[in-house]
Design a protein around this ligand. Structure first.
Ligand code: PLZ
Length: 449
């Protein structure tokens, strides 16, 4: 396979004529409901470079929404897929079984925090993993209620969409929703829902959430609390110190299954294998997807054996769940995670990202907040630092300018005003710096406009 030089190269305007022509074809063939944040069509990708159909080479600071922690087209991963491809591509684990599924389960059981014996169930997508975590929690507890948080994103299927917070674009017009899902305040130090100062936001929001769970649901009716240790789509919100541990203690004291949704934050991204490790909390269940199989669709529910073993045989599964190509890729991803110390790489990237983003905040008042851990960092843009009015239009304009200059950057956030940086963890420091230079120039252009 051809390795693409790890450099940004502008061959045409972006989008170029070929991407524009494909966009026309797409419009006539694919529904508008599938939104795409850029008009670019990719021809090849490797490392942290995407080459489009017009020959432009773009710096990838989105990693396919946190899927390519190992880098685009990781050689180790594609080799593993190729080897499995020559053996077989599918049997269905519910019919005739295969070793890569079991081996990957063993590996994840060892990686997920906690000393108790564990089990792993594989499915195909993040939403499906979230749904299975809820099914297992309900079965285990004999309770119905599911607790989620403001700004949460858990997927697009009926239950996962219900668990997702944001109406537009994820829920508006797409209901009715699933019952027994309750939303609690989320600690968001920059915009504390209780109005506390950032240092007090964690304990105060935890107290508020616990009060609401007790009084409005009843702790003894709650099957599970599902939380992203660092929120992804919701705005890269890092909860205040103490928030997650207080909820985990409440869960443990009340027989509630505590579920960490590590779909975006997991597998090295935040400088630890799992973001929950930064909180010193051992969750009962962890859900992973995205980076688990380096681009192949694979998701997992991993957790305490006594919880995972609650469900009767045949109660869980799926035709494609734990596809052998995806499991082979997953094994190669975990090898690479450990061999190349991807969590360590994420910490090194944090050392480039956070200081640079703080510098940007020093230069333009458009940047209201800088936050993140590891290579999961973001800036939140506001039109006014006092009122914190979200700068949605400016955010869109900055991203468009970045794209024109050959850098793919994603936004997120309930208010569409957060620019998130999610580079492949294997990105060269120089290439990341170049991407950040482009971001800085784009911010200056938009701020000065
Ligand atoms: N939980 C924390 O980040 C997926 C969504 C892209 P699926 N995030 C990207 C989009 O617009 O649909 C996500 C996540 C967290 C669950 C999911 C859902 O994972 O594999 O997309 O189903």
């Amino acid at each position: 396979m051809e390795a693409i030089a790890q450099e940004r190269r502008l061959a045409t305007e972006i989008p170029g004529p070929r991407s524009r022509a494909m966009l026309e074809r797409r419009r006539a063939a694919v529904p508008n409901g599938l939104g795409s944040s850029t008009p670019i069509f990719v021809e090849a990708a490797s490392g942290a470079i995407l080459r489009d159909v017009d020959g432009n080479q773009l710096i990838d600071l989105g990693a396919g929404i946190a899927v390519l922690n190992v880098g685009n087209s990781s050689v180790a991963v594609t080799d593993a897929i190729r080897q499995q491809l020559d053996r077989f591509t599918h049997t269905c684990m519910q019919v005739t079984q295969y070793e890569p599924y079991v081996e990957l389960a063993e590996r994840l059981n060892a990686l997920v925090p906690g000393d108790a014996p564990k089990r792993t169930l594989f499915v195909s997508t993040g939403a499906e993993a979230v749904e299975n975590a809820v099914k297992i929690s309900r079965y285990h507890t004999g309770r119905d209620a599911v607790v989620v948080f403001d700004h949460a994103f858990h997927g697009r299927t009926l239950l996962a969409m219900t668990m997702t917070a944001k109406a537009m674009p994820y829920k508006s017009g797409l209901g009715p929703f699933a019952p027994e899902v309750y939303r609690m305040p989320m600690s968001y130090p920059y915009r504390c829902p209780t109005g506390e100062a950032p240092e007090e936001c964690g304990p105060r929001c935890a107290a508020e959430a616990i009060h609401l769970m007790d009084k409005q649901i009843g702790a003894d009716r709650i099957a599970c609390i599902v939380i992203e240790p660092i929120q992804g789509e919701g705005g890269f919100v890092v909860p205040g110190t103490g928030f997650v541990p207080a909820l985990a203690s409440f869960a443990a004291a009340n027989g509630i299954v505590f579920v960490a949704d590590e779909i975006q934050s997991g597998l090295g991204r935040t400088g630890a294998v799992f973001a929950i490790e930064h909180e010193g909390v051992v969750p009962d269940l962890v859900v992973t997807a995205k980076s688990l199989a380096g681009g192949l669709p694979l998701a997992a529910v991993t957790g305490r054996a006594d919880v995972m073993e609650s469900v009767h045989a045949g109660g869980l599964g799926g035709t494609f769940a734990g596809n052998p190509l995806a499991c082979a890729a997953g094994l190669a991803v975990l090898d690479q995670l450990q061999r190349e110390d991807l969590p360590g790489k994420a910490r090194a990237l944090e050392g480039i990202l956070l200081p640079r983003l703080r510098e940007l905040a020093g230069r333009t008042a458009l940047v209201g907040d800088v936050r993140g851990r590891g290579a999961m960092c973001a800036i939140e843009l506001v039109t006014d630092r006092d009122t914190k009015e979200p700068a949605k239009a400016a955010t869109g304009a900055v991203l468009e300018e970045c794209l024109r200059q050959g850098v793919v950057v994603l936004k997120c956030g309930t208010y569409d005003n957060v620019i998130r940086l999610l580079p492949p963890l294997t990105i060269d420091a120089a290439l990341l710096r170049e991407g950040l230079d482009v971001l800085e120039k784009s911010l200056a252009t938009v701020a000065g406009a």
